[in-house]
Design a binder for this molecule. Structure first.
Ligand code: FCB
Length: 800
């Protein structure tokens, strides 16, 4: 797999004349003002206010407060030179009950917004449905109810009546796949249902809504009508690298079925007036076909001016006999959904710009009658505000890579008319809450201050130039750092390479300039004074235990992966102060190209010392708060919240916890996730601390029982401790789960074999190690130094 970052490479690329440049948002993600001016309740209001549904218990009540700050936001758009702004209209603002009476104040808001946009020379692109269905319609069946499609057409007409004189481009529905699968099939989004019958009925009715809405808009004189789909090129691991690679008949069938489910389930009815046979097979098995009536497909198949393409990543599959169906893709028994083995965004989504080229070229080939508009593309990364800047080099690299890919598609004949970045602002990222930042403009959610990130300024130049200029997107150079710091290039290089000979004063000045300019050392800078050693240190800090599953996985998986990359691995123990010094000197002297650090305790000075060596170091797991090391972590807080949500869902109310060591970042995150979820549910809590070992779990459990004999559940922040807790409960004559339910964390070996088998939170250890290795290799190669956080997964067994 080649690296996909092209930020520093490549020459001038111009897009066709009239190419539309813009940014996108959606109402519930930015507006806030949830209870104002007569707005009704939407399914997302209800969902976010249900404990355990959204990370951190976040809601869109306030969001970016755009409802009150839209003037400032439009000013920002003008400053960035946006030609188009895609926003969505909140249906509950227009019709609070989803049908019938119109709320004039709601229409007034969008009326003012449109005027403001036009005055700023920004064309409004209106999405009518970006997921905030009025709750009263959900109470009548939501999208499983055919009538909802008719109500949508009424609503479309009402909005067009008011804005149609000034809005040219209308997008009916955003991402029906996400609505139906995440909202109705697996319940990760509002309305939170988990029924495939409901999901397939919903997807058909969403298509019907599109058709009826498009017809209503056309009759009312709308200029340009579009539908936005989340589309993913589907391919095999082999073809991801080499599109010409041979494809077995079994793999081809796997690709075809998944392509039908994600893409053609929507493309074909809308653009060809038919469902693919493979889709009908799956739908019939899950939901029957009674909801698809004669004439529906003609309605769905309205003339379309533009297809809105939301592209984030490809889907990689292969045939694998015996593999159970993917929970999000019914009918996919025998198909393995794999990893793209590319760098990942903070969402854990692989970064594969070439996927966009393939997708656009394919769309124009298979559906030549419709123009294409990228209505969303962008990425969440862990941004850091340094003073008045956010140096989001990763996001720039992402966007540039995708724009180059889009340009390649245009060269190959794709009828691409424009590109809208997701998103203008950091915002409420649905089930992820505010933790995932997609904006090119940073939002401080405490003060609502907007701060354009480097990517916004970069995008402004792209728009001005109608494309990419050679060298425009380059990173700051070593020369610029030297000039800013007032030292020579070789001093900068020596600091960056961790040479011991530089005085602390010079080191400080250089590091200041590095931070201020957002400089990322590249291989050229490094090789000015050192040659590659092709060695990597795997560093074991104080307190790491050989019995820790992460330890074994780290040594095994990291060792293999690094060897594959042609590196040698040196295992270094840094338990004592003398050992720490030795490790630090080893790095500073340039004996290794980089280092992987196993999770360290909060009080351990090692991570801070390693961060100062100037050698790329990546931490496995989040490093202690004050240390700026890139890391590959797991969503510990989210996992804990899911565990507590599960216990609450089982009716438990007196939920105690056994926490891990308080100075371990992951243990603290688990505790935070636990506490927030409990607080949202207004439940009491008690906690005891363990050291991750079995005996400490048993002792902590006895302590908790003594303090509160009536507790009915315990969340244990580590599986070994949970095994100890099971032992203590048995000893106290209590039954699990009848008297006390137990959920562990980690899905370690012991979990499945405990008595009773443990419900736990699975942590993707080996993916985490592989992600850390990739981050490190990328950084050694001069790439950006972002962090990744991988999702965890609740595994329900009989202890709860
Ligand atoms: C898309 C949604 C959009 C945003 C991005 C990250 O699926 O349409 O609202 O959340 O994902």
């Amino acid at each position: 797999m080649t690296a996909m970052f092209t930020a520093a490479a490549g020459g001038t690329l111009s897009f066709p004349g009239g190419f539309v440049w813009g940014a996108a948002t959606a109402a519930y993600q930015i507006e806030g003002a949830a209870g104002e001016d007569g707005r009704g309740t939407s399914i997302w209001d209800v969902f976010t206010h249900t404990p355990g549904r959204v990370a951190g218990g976040h809601t869109g009540d306030v969001a970016c407060d755009h409802y009150h700050r839209y003037r400032d936001d439009v000013r920002l758009m003008r400053e960035l030179g946006l030609g188009a702004y895609r926003f969505s209209v909140a249906w509950p603002r227009i019709q609070p009950t989803g049908s019938g009476p119109v709320n004039a104040a709601g229409l007034d808001f969008y009326d003012r917004l449109v005027d403001e946009l036009l005055a700023a020379d920004v064309s409004p692109y209106v999405t009518l449905y970006h997921w905030d269905l009025p709750q009263p319609l959900e109470d009548r069946g939501g999208w499983t109810e055919r009538d909802t499609a008719h109500r949508f057409a009424d609503y479309a007409r009402i909005v067009h009546d008011r804005l149609g004189d000034r809005v040219g481009t209308w997008i009916t529905v955003n991402e029906p796949w996400v609505v139906s699968v995440l909202g109705y099939g697996i319940g990760a989004h509002a309305p939170g249902r988990a029924s495939w019958r409901d999901a397939f009925q919903a997807s058909h009715h969403l298509l019907l809504a599109h058709g009826l809405g498009a017809r209503a808009l056309r009759d009312a004189g709308a200029r340009e009508i579009a539908l936005t789909l989340n589309l993913a090129p589907v391919t095999t691991p082999g073809r991801l690298d080499d599109p010409e690679a041979a494809l077995s008949a079994e793999d081809a069938a796997a690709v075809d079925l998944v392509d039908c489910l994600i893409n053609r389930q929507f493309l074909d009815p809308v653009l060809r007036g038919e469902y693919p046979a493979a889709v009908l097979d799956v739908v019939e098995r899950a939901a029957g076909l009674g909801h698809i009536r004669d004439g529906d497909l003609e309605t769905v198949n309205q003339p379309l001016d533009l297809l809105g393409v939301n592209y984030y990543n490809p889907c990689v599959v292969s045939a694998e006999p015996g593999e159970p169906a993917n929970p999000a893709y019914p009918g996919t028994e025998g198909i393995r959904f794999g990893d793209a083995y590319a760098p990942k965004t903070a969402m854990g989504w692989p970064i594969v710009p070439t996927g966009l080229t393939r997708l656009l070229v394919r769309l124009s080939r298979d559906y030549p009658q419709v123009g294409l508009l990228v209505t969303e593309n962008g990425a969440a990364f862990e941004d850091t505000v340094s003073g008045e800047h956010v140096h989001d080099a990763d996001r720039i690299a992402f966007l540039e890579g995708h724009l180059r890919a889009a340009h390649t598609a245009v060269d190959a004949g794709a009828d691409l008319r424009g590109y809208l970045v997701w998103s203008l602002l950091d915002n409420f990222e649905w089930a992820e809450g505010y933790g995932k930042r997609f904006g090119i403009v940073h939002v401080d959610f405490d003060t609502q201050r907007r701060l354009p990130k480097d990517s916004a300024l970069w995008y402004r130049d792209v728009i001005r130039n109608n494309g990419l200029r050679a060298g425009r997107a380059r990173r700051p150079t070593l020369e610029e750092v030297a000039a800013r710091a007032g030292v020579s290039r070789s001093t900068v290089s020596r600091v960056i390479n961790g040479e011991a000979a530089v005085s602390p004063e010079f080191r400080a000045v250089v590091m200041d300039a590095v931070t201020e300019l957002g400089y990322v050392p590249n291989s050229a800078a490094r090789s000015l004074v050192t040659r590659r050693t092709e060695s990597i240190a795997l560093i074991v800090p104080d307190g790491a235990r050989a019995g820790d599953p992460l330890f074994a996985t780290a040594v095994d998986a990291a060792g293999r992966e690094l060897e594959r990359a042609g590196k040698r691995v040196t295992l270094m123990f840094a338990g004592s102060p003398a050992d720490r010094n030795r490790v630090e000197r080893h790095l500073a002297a340039g004996h290794v190209d980089g280092a992987l650090l196993l999770p360290a305790r909060g009080s351990d000075p090692l991570p801070g010392a390693l961060a100062g060596t100037g050698v790329p170091v990546v931490s496995l797991g989040r490093p202690p708060a004050a240390v700026a090391l890139p890391y590959a972590g797991t969503d510990d807080a989210g996992g804990a919240a899911a565990a507590v949500g599960h216990l609450l869902g089982r009716g438990r109310r007196r939920i105690a916890t056994i926490r891990g060591p308080v100075d371990l970042a992951a243990a603290r995150d688990r505790f935070d996730g636990y506490r927030n979820a409990l607080r949202d549910a207004a439940c009491r809590s008690a906690d005891a601390v363990g050291d991750l070992g079995r005996a400490s779990g048993a002792a902590a459990m006895r302590e908790l029982l003594a303090a509160d004999p009536s507790l009915d559940a315990v969340f244990v922040a580590g599986d070994l401790m949970a095994v100890g807790a099971l032992h203590a409960l048995r000893e106290a004559g209590l039954r699990v789960p009848e008297d006390v339910a137990v959920v562990g964390f980690g899905d370690e070996e012991d979990a499945a074999y405990a008595v009773p088998p443990l419900t736990t939170v699975r942590v993707p250890w080996s993916d985490q190690v592989l992600a850390a290795v990739r981050l490190l290799l990328r950084q050694i190669g001069g790439g950006p130094s972002s962090s990744v956080i991988l999702p965890t997964e609740l595994v329900v067994r009989s202890s709860s």
